[in-house]
Design a binder for this molecule. Sequence first.
Ligand SMILES: Cc1ncc(C[n+]2csc(CCOP(=O)(O)OP(=O)(O)O)c2C)c(N)n1
Ligand SMILES: [Mg+2]
Length: 439
Amino acid sequence: MLRSTLPAAPRLLAHGSALLQAAAAVPARAQAVVTRPFLISSNTITRNVSSSSATFASVGTEAGGANDGEKASSSVYEFELEPATYESHLDCPTPPLTTTTTRSEALALYRTMVTIRRIETAADALYKARMIRGFCHLSTGQEAIAVGMDVATTREDAIITAYRCHGIAYVRGCTPTSIIAELMGRADGASLGKGGSMHMYNVPQHFYGGNGIVGAQIPIGAGLALAQQYKGRPSMTFSMYGDGAANQGQAFEAYNMAALWKLPIAFVCENNMYGMGTRQDRAAKNTHFYKRCEYIPGIRVNGMDVLAVRDSSKLAREWCVSGRGPLLMEFVTYRYGGHSMSDPGTTYRSREEINYMRSHNDCITGLKTRLIDHSIATEEEIKEIDKEARKLVDEAVEEAKKSPEPPIEKLFQDVYIKGTEVPSLRGVDPQDIHVYHTA
Ligand SMILES: Cc1ncc(C[n+]2csc(CCOP(=O)(O)OP(=O)(O)O)c2C)c(N)n1
Ligand SMILES: [Mg+2]
């Protein structure tokens, strides 16, 4: 058995939340209570368990982000995940702690996570250069969730999420250019430059946004699942929301209807420990988000381990598609940046905490360590992927800059369903009347 250099994982406090007392590992100036979710496995073992039966789950996107399928290695590697990787509520099954991946899949997962991080880094720089205006919420730190869920689903499965959506948009087929152009309000954007950071969609691949009203997407997700059940399709919906949104009343209304009608839906709480400037335990009496419904089974997952996200999402899919009704999932993760670009993110948590999370619990570094420590890939190969991701995103930024702003008349299109448009709209100034030009 090989041992990685990652530190041992802390255990969760017996009564619940992923909050752990600040201990030796965190500098003394850090807050009294430090949020530390799971750590990536410290006892990863690799063993070539097959030389011919590798199955490759493509995480490729239209952008060519991660399809390494052609040169798939036939080696299958086996990993032992940390004992605390999963926790279950109401006898929800959990995936086995021994899991496998191929070299090919692992590299694809790595590539997609790195590409998302580069997109977010580019967005950060463009925002600071004032080329992106308005709201912009980055998911830096949370990449494993978008990527692990994506490989576990089919493009018939629906995903709907909140405003921190760039990573999901990417795995669901929005190209880096269309994401960055959308952020810049350009015509080549995923929503033709009219939606911005919070409103990216790719309906042909069943990605329904990108939603700005906290929690509003949760019942819309239930509606998507109702449609899937009604049509009798072997598909399901992943309805994603944050730890802050989990306190919304409409979440509980959606749980109720989904359980009553046995809808094929996973309610997925991305617990990044904070709402808008508030730590989870200051806003929620019960921070066991996977236990927040007394009649829906739940599972809490280390959201920093992409293989755990993948396996638990597969399990959720099998559960929901086979007609057993809804599941509650909680992916424990962390966001490195502020809530949005206007929030430095350091007034309600310490820099030490952020640095600690970055250096001990990062999802990209975790996978990279596994790959290198166990000779699945070399450092040079990893560097090459990093370089390619950087190039892909740099080119996308240049493309997006060349894209024009949408013409003014387009602003009034795609607002109403065709044929139901009102003849005119009042502008900011009451004297400003905009007449509709239909598409
Ligand atoms: C109904 C509603 N209330 C308040 C807001 C302002 N708001 C935007 S994000 C946010 C916090 C949400 O936190 P969380 O659900 O944990 O998501 P995260 O930002 O951490 O991804 C709040 C209060 C809003 N957009 N909509
Ligand atoms: Mg949050």
